[in-house]
Design a protein around this ligand. Structure first.
Ligand code: DQA
Length: 148
């Protein structure tokens, strides 16, 4: 169990990330989102933080959760927006519209992949980006919260 009195970090996951574990494992690995959430909870406890891990396939949910992160005073947001990374002006504006620092997270390194993944509307607004470490990207990003 994560200490709920500890500062909370929202970990928001976008479309198709509910399929982690069976989705293109040669790119994304074999861990499920639940596996990753479990590891994040353990690491958060070590760091004196707590995590609130969520996933939605719907862009507007991610926008609402970014607003909520600010409203509840979250310490930071880790955001893997999945494919919305490369398309969503709404997420870009939401990140710019809140004061809560947002760290963009990707399992893969989008810059090593198809050209349409090279543009990130999230990265253009986020404080920082962690990408390419597989599931460990989330842990590296959580550790980085203490350096914000
Ligand atoms: C991803 C990279 C995106 O390009 C892709 O659409 C995803 C996953 C990643 O974590 O590597 O859904 O965000």
């Amino acid at each position: 169990m994560t200490d709920t009195a500890a500062p909370v970090v929202f970990v928001l996951n976008g479309p198709n990330l509910n399929l982690l574990g069976m989705r293109e494992p040669e790119i994304y690995g074999h861990d499920t989102l639940d596996d990753i959430a479990g590891r994040l909870e353990d690491r958060a406890q070590e760091l004196g933080l707590s995590v609130d891990v969520r996933q939605s396939n719907h862009e507007g949910h991610l926008v609402d959760w970014l607003h909520e992160a600010q409203a509840v005073g979250a310490k930071a947001v880790l955001l893997n927006a999945g494919a919305y990374t490369h398309t969503s002006v709404a997420l870009h504006d939401a990140i710019k519209g809140i004061k809560t620092p947002v760290i963009e997270v990707h399992l893969s390194n989008p810059h090593k992949r198809e050209e349409f993944r090279h543009k990130s509307y999230v990265g253009m607004a986020a404080k920082a980006t962690v990408a390419g470490f597989g599931p460990a990207s989330y842990i590296v990003a959580l550790d980085a919260v203490l350096h914000l």
